[in-house]
Design a protein around this ligand. Sequence first.
Ligand code: SF4
Length: 112
Amino acid sequence: MKKIAMMNCLKSNRVCTGAACLNAFNARTVGFERYRDEELELVALMWCNGCDAEADEDSGMIEKLERLQSIGTQVLHIGKCTKNKAGEECPIISKAADILERQGIQIVRGTH
Ligand code: SF4
């Protein structure tokens, strides 16, 4: 069974329930269509710690990234809320993704 986590933008948390991400996960659509024939376990649903919390400096972010590793996360999906209107990914998220990728966690851009 593949262990999946999702990471989203903290600012989006003001208006987002995570329902669209979870619906795509449960229905195996959009970003999760690739797993149509696989059993999945959603092991974490997390947000960044905000725009002043660098992934390699903020103690909470460091702890959360270590937690993803310790629970055996195999793939981290990054939500589209982490992109600006021009479609560029937030640098805080990019750095977190780079750290996890170097540790062997596969990064997939997109949830729903
Ligand atoms: S750091 Fe990026 S992803 Fe996190 S709240 Fe700020 S804009 Fe959103």
